[in-house]
Every structure is written in structure tokens, then in C-alpha cells.
Design a protein around this ligand. Structure first.
Ligand code: 5AD
Ligand code: SF4
Length: 445
């Protein structure tokens, strides 16, 4: 009998990928995905710990799930298994079992391949829990099933995980563990299978993806650039992207890949976090603003139309008005096509959380607003600059309105098109007819 599995995913693209893989792992046990928690036999929350808000969401969602679980048991005599996966599970496993004893399974990002065993160990009726937040010896990717459900025209593929950089604000080195590059053979095989099932765009994922140094089929070590060159040979794989990168690991080979590999899309997410040298140092980013400019300039030399995106944190401990002004001036110089910005959120166990010079909340709010105003203006200007140009759009899904479809431009812009669903999965040539703040409208040529 098939059982229904509902996974709610929080946080980054890596979690989206992991949720898909959890679905694959549980398929042989008879679990089929469903799109709502109500009526599901198992609910997994795949959680994010990057900022406090993201973490707290989990506990409020668990409150709702408790009622659902009790209702199913009391009214329908049915057991619902509740699992918490991801980075909150890794960082706060004990806290979860204490605050939410109705949770049956706690599993970290490095052990979800063991879900079948955890499912058999947990017994909701007997209130027996199964917890696994180890950093295992075996390589998770080797244990995941070769078979996977189709993932649509644009899919994620994890190639690298964890981080050894230890930025002073960041939980990733603690929740995802040490940096690890997946051997190229498994990556290529997974890419081929995805392309075989209809995917034509791949985004290679890693917390520090451009630090990739995976074992090659011949036993040597491949850089990310080398891996991308190999993947670009796959017939039917038309678009390649990668995220997220660190400025320090933007080597020449990778920069030149943006010139030489047509499938590598002209879009790069390259977080800088701050424009102040003093704050960059306090963050332990290990580069200054000029080094960031040099990387950007070299990229634009080889690929003038490259669309840039970034991440910013405002209100890091010790950030003065002058430091913040330096961030604004960096943004001014770079001109981003899109960007994400956040208020600094102290995370337990990270070096910056214990600093004395925390910035008051209202100052953080003011700075965030000023930064976002500038970034929004740049995004709008970028979208405007594409008005009237021709570009290829990968149609990914039906649009918000009947008779419309939606997809992405090479520059990662969200694109709406008039057309029917037969276009989904195709790359169509368009002229940009309208430019908005967060999207553009194309007309098919
Ligand atoms: N507070 C605020 N933002 C953070 N980020 C990471 N850690 C924190 C934190 N403690 C942001 C960074 C990173 C993005 C994924 O999240 O900008 O690049
Ligand atoms: Fe976190 Fe990225 Fe810094 Fe690693 S490089 S510690 S993932 S912000």
C-alpha cells in the first residue's frame, strides 16, 4: 500500500535538493510524495538554521503538526510519523526532542540516506524515537539510490557540501560539517540520468561550490571549472549554473570558463557580505574590497554581459555608519542584477555571536532598508537594460495566469511568456517586451 509523504522545505537550494533525495530514499518503502500535510502518513520538515527567524519557524510548525498527529490518532486511529531533518535537526536535535516530544525522527543533513532504517526504528504508536545527527564515515552520496524521480527542466545537483572557511557569523561549518567534494563520476552519472529524464539546465550546488576539488575518474583532482567542462559535453544539457561561491576561490580557470563554455550561463552569485575592509576582516572573510573588485573586473573582462548577484549582511557587530557607507559604495561600483540582504542574526556557537559591539535592532532595520532600496533600483535598472533585446528563455512551468508560461532568462531573470504548456521544457527565443522590478515579460519570436 502506498503511504503519503509530505516534505516541507525551508532555506537554501541545497535543502531543496536534499528533500528530493529524501523522496527518492523513501520511495522503495512505498512512500509517494503529496503536496499537503493533511492526510500524510509521514511529514518531514527539512529545516534551515542560518538565521534565527528560520529556526523559530520550525517550532511553530511543529506545534501545528502536533495537533494534526493527535487528531489523526484520536479521530482516525492513524499514526503519523513526524521527522525533523536539515540544519536545525543537526544543531538542535536535543532541543527538538525536549520541546517537541511528539517528533519521531531527527535526522541531520549528512545521514538522511539512513532514513529507511530510522523509519523502521521509530514507532509512533510506542513513542519510540530515532535520532541520527552523526557526521558519518561513509559518503552519503554513495548510499543514495541511483534511481530518482524526474526533476523538471531545471534541476539542482549537489557537488560539494560543508565549509572550512568559518566566517564569524555562519553556522554552516557546524551544521553541514567540513568541506567535502563529491567524486566526479557520481556527479556525471547523476547529470546524465537527469538529462535523460528531461532536465536541460543544471545548477551545481555547494555551500562553497567553487572550492570544489573532487576526485576525477582517472584518480586526479578536478576543479569546478574542469567538472563544468566535462558536464558541458553531455548531449541535451544546454545550461549550467553553479552556486554559492566564495570570492577567494574564483580562480583563473573558472573565470575563463565564463568566456569559453557556451552552456555556462552569464550569471554569477558571488556574495561579499560587506563593503568595509574593517568588517570584512572581523567577519573572517579573508579578502578586502579591492580583491573583490579585481575578481569582478576580470569576470567582466571575459564576459561583459555577466549578471551579478550577491549576499549582504547589515549590522554585523562593530559596523559603524562609515562601514555601512562603504557597503553602499561597493554596491554602487559593482551594479548588481539581483541580490539578497539580511540583518545580522547572532547564531549560537559562532564567534561573532558573543561580541560586545552588537548593533541595535533599529539601526539594522534602517540600514537594511537603505541597502535594499539601492539594490532594488539596480535590479530594476538591470531588467530595463534588457528591454528590446533578444534572449533564450527556458520555459519551466505553467504561468500564474491561464495562457501563460514562466521560466528563466540566461541572466536568471524570472520571465513570463504568452504560450501554452507544450512549451514547458523548451528553450525559446524571445524579445523582452516589458521590464518590471522582479521579472520581465517576453514575446516569443
Ligand atoms: N545573520 C544574517 N545573515 C546571515 N547569513 C549567513 N549567516 C548569517 C547570519 N548569522 C547570510 C549570508 C550568506 C547567506 C546564505 O545568509 O549573507 O551568504
Ligand atoms: Fe558560511 Fe559561506 Fe562563510 Fe562558509 S563561506 S562560513 S558557508 S558564509
Amino acid at each position: 500500500m502506498t503511504k503519503k509523504l509530505f516534505i516541507k522545505t525551508y532555506g537554501c537550494q541545497m535543502n531543496v535538493y536534499d528533500s528530493d533525495r529524501m523522496t527518492d530514499v523513501l520511495a522503495p518503502l512505498g512512500y509517494a510524495p503529496t503536496s499537503q500535510a493533511d492526510g500524510a502518513d509521514m511529514v518531514i520538515l527539512n529545516t534551515c538554521h542560518i538565521r534565527e527567524k528560520a529556526s523559530e519557524k520550525v517550532f511553530s510548525e511543529l506545534g501545528r503538526l502536533r495537533m494534526m498527529k493527535e487528531h489523526a490518532r484520536d479521530q482516525q486511529g492513524r499514526n503519523v510519523t513526524i521527522a525533523v531533518a536539515g540544519c536545525v535537526a543537526q544543531a538542535e536535535g536535543e532541543e527538538i526532542t525536549r520541546r517537541a516530544p511528539w517528533v519521531d525522527i531527527v535526522v541531520g543533513p549528512q545521514t538522511y540516506h539512513r532514513l529507511p532504517e530510522l523509519v523502521s526504528r521509530a514507532d509512533p504508536a510506542a513513542r519510540t524515537r530515532a535520532i541520527d545527527t552523526e557526521f558519518p564515515e561513509e559518503i552519503k552520496f554513495d548510499q543514495l539510490p541511483g534511481e530518482h524521480a524526474p526533476r523538471g527542466p531545471a534541476a539542482f545537483l549537489s557537488v560539494q557540501e560543508g565549509c572550512d572557511k568559518f566566517c564569524a557569523f555562519c553556522v554552516v561549518p557546524y551544521t553541514r560539517g567540513a568541506e567535502f567534494s563529491r567524486p566526479a563520476k557520481g556527479v556525471i552519472e547523476e547529470a546524465r540520468r537527469l538529462v535523460g529524464s528531461g532536465t536541460c539546465e543544471l545548477t551545481l550546488l555547494g555551500q562553497n561550490v567553487n572550492a570544489y576539488h573532487g576526485e576525477a575518474p582517472d584518480g586526479s583532482i578536478w576543479s569546478l571549472a574542469r567538472l563544468i567542462r566535462e558536464l558541458a559535453e553531455i548531449d541535451g544539457l544546454h545550461r549550467i549554473r553553479y552556486t554559492t561561491s566564495h570570492p577567494l576561490d574564483m580562480d583563473d580557470d573558472l573565470i575563463l570558463a565564463h568566456r569559453d563554455i557556451p552552456a555556462l550561463m552569464p550569471y554569477l552569485h558571488l556574495p561579499v557580505q560587506s563593503g568595509s575592509n574593517h568588517i570584512l576582516e572581523a567577519m573572517n572573510r579573508r579578502h578586502d574590497r579591492d580583491a573583490y573588485f579585481r575578481v569582478i573586473d576580470r569576470l567582466r573582462d571575459v564576459r561583459p554581459d555577466l549578471a551579478l548577484s550577491g549576499d549582504f549582511i547589515v549590522g554585523f557587530p562593530g559596523e559603524s555608519d562609515r562601514d555601512f557607507a562603504d557597503t553602499l559604495s561597493l554596491v554602487d561600483r559593482v551594479r548588481y542584477a539581483s541580490a539578497y540582504s539580511f540583518k545580522y542574526s547572532p547564531r549560537p556557537g559562532t564567534p561573532a555571536a558573543g561580541e560586545d559591539l552588537q548593533v541595535p535592532e533599529d539601526v539594522k532595520s534602517d540600514r537594511l532598508e537603505a541597502l535594499q532600496q539601492l539594490l532594488n533600483a539596480q535590479q530594476y535598472a538591470f531588467n530595463q537594460s534588457t528591454l528590446g533585446t533578444r534572449m533564450d528563455v527556458l520555459v519551466e512551468r505553467a504561468g500564474g495566469r491561464p495562457g501563460q508560461v514562466a521560466g528563466r532568462s540566461p541572466y536568471m531573470q524570472a520571465v513570463n511568456l504568452v504560450g501554452d504548456e507544450t512549451l514547458v521544457g523548451r528553450i525559446v527565443s524571445c524579445e523582452v517586451a516589458e521590464a518590471r522590478q522582479n521579472s520581465i515579460v517576453g514575446s516569443v519570436l
